[in-house]
Design a protein around this ligand. Structure first.
Ligand code: 2IT
Length: 449
């Protein structure tokens, strides 16, 4: 069978088996399309049915999570863990608590995670988990009881050599602390079964900053290829979570100018740009007070608030989507291109729709997919696992130096594969092929399992 037909049949089969899993179809289709040249070049991947196996999770765990609110009323949420691929290391990936969580969204995230983790060069398999529980608006006690109920089931499926979860949307240091504490209590073991822990109980320094910092290091590498850099460039960010804020922080440190960002309520356009004082205010607003960006414009008169908007209308050189999947549509991409955007670097997972990506690539905008650009988070998770194993903690400088090196290596791997297959500058193709190769070769070497 010709490669193209093989890929089409595989994609049709995926859709036929789970017709409702649109997000998973989107992620799978993007990867399958990119892999055509490598399948063509090396027949072993089709011969050993590597892709047929890769699109099927090794294991899916689906469970009930009952918990009591502060009034004593009982609620029920769904819990999931998708253990997608353990060919190159223990399952690894975040836990997401958000009302949008479904089996399909977690399957797409776990599938992406497999390629991302492979790109880091560390021995990490791919997984993702979560619940349709939303911590926003819940009391601390409610969040804690939910995390404990979630762990009452998940604990039996994870372990420091089996599956190591971390944070994602709705799961930060607080939730990880509660889940780690409960795991320790149930199993009577103090082991590195989570990453993103607090620094006093085995967490790595720089882990909270790692995804955002890594995104900016990656963008800098891309710009270097064009003899450019972040310094002096106008940047916009969507999302003011952990990734967005630390992306802003690193842009500032590297001399760039952040003029726009947004949260659920709307967008801030601050022509004068962020400075250290404004960033400190933003961090306190988001991380401590969990407040709205409306407060930012009350405090800083240089800024305008655009209710209900995302940042994409703001003219910029570099755009960093760091919120959630499909947050940047074709219409947004057109606006960005018309306003002269030169680089789009994804801090979130699959934030640009396929049509938006096509437009960027056809207009010569440098585009980096999340699985390459945002891999810094899981990379430092990998470094946290190493520190836990050797029972040592590395300094901030040590971890940041290693992070920078990993991001550079990912960038080079993408560039090399893209060149090898005659698509120079196609980071999507480069990332998919580089991520695929290592996992696929490991699967072949390990036999039919
Ligand atoms: O999307 C991601 O890479 C994460 N949520 C981080 C995963 C991890 O294990 O640190």
């Amino acid at each position: 069978m010709q490669t193209k037909e093989y890929l089409q049949a595989l994609m049709q089969n995926i859709i036929k088996k789970d017709p409702a899993e649109k997000l998973f179809h989107q992620a799978a289709s993007e990867v399958l399309t990119s892999l055509e040249p490598i399948l063509e070049a090396d027949p072993k991947y089709i011969k050993y049915a590597v892709l047929d196996r890769m699109v099927e999770p090794e294991r899916v765990i689906y469970f009930r999570v009952p918990w009591n609110d502060d009034k004593g009323l009982t609620h029920v949420n769904r819990g999931f863990r998708i253990q997608f691929n353990s060919a190159i290391g223990p399952f690894k990936g975040g836990i997401r608590f958000h009302e949008s969580v479904t089996l399909s969204s977690l399957k797409f995230l776990a599938f992406e995670q497999t390629f991302k983790n492979s790109l880091t060069g560390l021995p990490l398999g791919g997984a993702k988990g979560g619940s349709d529980f939303d911590p926003r608006g819940k009391s601390e006690g409610e969040v804690m009881r939910f995390c404990q109920a979630f762990m009452d089931e998940l604990y039996r499926h994870i372990g420091e050599r089996t599956d190591v979860p971390a944070g994602d949307l709705g799961v930060g240091a607080r939730e990880i602390g509660f889940m780690f504490g409960h795991y320790k209590k149930i199993t009577n073991k103090f082991v590195g079964v989570f990453t993103g822990k607090g620094p006093s109980f085995g967490g790595s320094l720089i882990r909270p900053e790692a995804t955002g910092y890594g995104v900016v290091f990656f963008a800098e590498e891309m710009l270097k290829c064009k003899s450019e850099g972040i310094r002096g460039k106008t940047c916009i960010i969507s999302g003011t979570g952990n990734v967005g804020i630390h992306t802003a922080e690193k842009i500032l440190q590297m001399g760039g100018k952040v003029v726009g960002f947004n949260d659920y309520d709307g967008a801030v356009y601050d022509k004068e740009g962020l400075d250290q004082e404004k960033l400190a205010f933003l961090k306190d607003l988001v991380f401590v007070r969990r407040g709205s960006l409306k407060e930012y414009v009350k405090k800083f008169k240089s800024a305008e608030f655009h209710p209900g908007k995302k940042s994409w209308f703001i003219p910029c050189y570099a755009a960093f989507p760091t919120a959630c999947e499909n947050e940047l549509t074709l219409e947004d991409a057109k606006t960005l291109v018309n306003n002269g955007v030169k680089i789009v670097c994804e801090g979130a997972n699959m934030p640009c729709t396929p049509e938006a990506v096509d437009l960027f690539q056809s207009k010569g905008v440098l585009y980096a997919p999340g699985k390459a650009a945002n891999a810094g988070g899981v990379a430092v998770s990998g470094l946290e696992m190493t520190q836990n194993t050797i029972r040592l903690s590395w300094s901030r400088e040590e971890v940041e130096t290693q992070l920078k090196k990993i991001m550079r290596n990912i960038h080079s791997a993408c560039v090399e594969e893209a060149c090898l297959y005659n698509k120079p500058g196609d980071y999507l193709l480069g990332a998919n092929i580089a991520g695929f190769k290592k996992v696929a070769d490991a699967m072949i070497a390990q036999g039919v399992i």
